[in-house]
Design a protein around this ligand. Structure first.
Ligand SMILES: *Cc1c(COP(=O)(O)O)cnc(C)c1O
Length: 493
């Protein structure tokens, strides 16, 4: 399997060549040259693997379709190390929870930081350590975070050989719980840097350091952002695991130990739909990849909050990025985006994988006029008809109402992002099992839960008293030089 860029660069690259890279050199995003096809017989085999050997074995099977430059035994060992009940809390790894008939939550948030980003980031940590070890290289990951991504990266990379993390966050602006999650890590390779400024200052510093190519090369600076193909690939696996659980006899019969195939029905006959609380379009893009592989998915419903760049596109065909000033701070903050950094991957497929056309949209029209308009393009209609996309948006009031209603009717407390998903899913029920991806646990957003329910959410046992743990963080002014010096002090060249 080779990888190509969405902007036309077709230099043949293998998985491990792009693993440690961000954007392709032409500014595009990497995609596999084709989507491996899973027919009914293969789907039945994967269902059996999942039922008999579990999530890690399923992950190995799916990853093997895309990765042929890691020996099988090694890749299997990496999957086995990553997806354990110890790290993800349950044997199912992504348990399916019924809310009401036909509506389910797919639990993706039981990893170390209680958000779905752990699903991919934990795998990335093991893949990075493996590949850097093979090459005899080191990597210094520099990132900016306002919460979820930074902590997922730190928990994935802590203690890994050959890797250091330098994570910038806005001083005093994360919630006490988020600060405690990150700053309580005592691992020697994790460096928290609180910047005296806002999140944009942190991001500007990361950009400035990365644009200093000499510094970047000398100190082997890398990133772990959501455009990394390996992260997206890891997320494809849970669409399969969700499908198998939702279409097993166990769900239909309402009990039993593990998902089993349904022998009286042909494999692939059952279809399901997914609703995905979305920001950068990484999570739902993995659903698109699963569907392109042949997973029987009816609809992929994109749920946004007030920052509705994606909903606007799927409704109108106009993709209009927002200025920083027009990006709202909401109570589902991990979806507060001004542009969706993975969206280019879907547009590339929509345009029949025409790299030159994709380049014109993303490298010329978007920077030039701030939007592009596909409403007059016959292929835009295919976004819904051929690729199954639907969309909707949710507001703070919707979030509160949904959290309250799901708590009252189903006895389940959901987080604010998942609430956006449930609200939009209900508007798109299509007679197929609807799986809403649960992207975080409510404890991370306790303030809004309290606003909705009048009491804070339950705190998982391992997080009791986390705010009282000793903190490991240095506070620096919002200046590039100081951050560079902090990196240089840790890295020998
Ligand atoms: C990152 C995140 C999202 C958005 O996912 P994308 O892949 O960026 O679309 C939604 N919910 C939570 C809790 C997140 O952390």
């Amino acid at each position: 399997m080779h990888y190509l860029s969405t902007r036309g660069d077709a230099t043949a690259r293998k998985f491990c060549d792009i693993l440690l890279e961000g954007l392709a050199p032409d500014g595009g995003l990497y995609l596999p040259e084709r989507y491996p096809q899973v027919n009914a017989a293969e789907l039945a085999r994967l269902r059996k693997v999942h039922a008999e050997q579990g999530y890690a074995a399923l992950a190995f099977e799916i990853l093997s379709l895309y990765i042929d430059d890691i020996p099988s035994a090694d890749l299997r060992a990496i999957c086995d190390k990553t997806y354990t009940a110890q790290v993800f809390g349950t044997r199912e790894i992504v348990p399916l929870k019924p809310l009401e008939p036909g509506l389910f939550l797919l639990g993706l948030s039981n990893g170390p930081t209680l958000a779905f980003k752990d699903m991919a980031m934990q795998l990335l940590g093991h893949l990075f350590e493996y590949e850097l070890g093979r090459r005899g290289e080191e990597l210094n990951i520099l990132g900016a975070t306002s919460g979820d991504t930074g902590s997922a990266a730190e928990y994935a990379m802590r203690g890994k050989r050959g890797i250091r993390v330098f994570m910038l966050s806005p001083h005093g602006r994360m919630s006490p719980f988020q600060q405690a999650q990150m700053f309580s890590l005592q691992d020697a390779n994790i460096h928290n840097i609180a910047i005296e400024g806002v999140f944009d200052d942190c991001q500007d510093i990361v950009k400035a350091v990365s644009n200093d190519l000499a510094f970047k090369a000398r100190y082997r600076i890398g990133t772990v952002n959501s455009i990394n193909w390996a992260r997206l690939l890891a997320q494809v696996v849970y669409y399969f695991a969700g499908y198998f659980q939702a279409t097993s006899d166990r769900v239909e019969a309402g009990g039993g130990p593990l998902p089993q195939p349904s022998p009286q029905r042909g494999e692939g006959a059952a279809r399901v739909s997914f609703t995905v609380p979305s920001g950068n379009f990484g999570n739902v893009c993995a659903g698109h990849v699963a569907r392109m592989m042949g997973l029987p998915v009816e609809h992929l419903v994109v749920a946004t909050n007030e920052n509705d760049v994606l909903d606007e596109f799927f409704r109108t065909g106009v993709y209009r990025v927002r200025a920083a000033a027009d990006t709202r701070e909401t109570s589902s903050p991990s979806m507060d985006i001004s542009k969706a950094s993975n969206f280019e991957r879907f547009v590339f497929d929509l345009l029949g994988r025409d790299g030159a056309a994709t380049r014109r949209l993303f490298a010329e029209q978007l920077p030039g006029q701030g939007f592009f308009d596909l409403s007059g393009d016959a292929r835009f209609a295919q976004a819904a008809a051929r690729y199954g996309f639907r969309s909707g948006r949710s507001t703070h009031a919707d979030r509160l109402a949904t959290i309250r209603e799901v708590h009252a009717r189903c006895g389940v407390t959901i987080d604010t992002h998942t609430a956006d998903g449930v609200k939009v899913a209900r508007e798109h029920l299509d007679g197929k099992p609807m799986l809403v991806l649960e992207t975080a646990l409510p404890i991370k957003f306790a303030q809004t839960i309290t606003e909705a329910l009048g009491h804070p959410p339950e705190r998982p046992a391992q997080f009791v008293g986390i705010e009282d743990l000793p903190k490991r963080v240095s506070v620096l002014p919002a200046e590039v030089a100081g951050v560079k010096a902090a990196i240089a002090a840790q890295v020998s060249v």
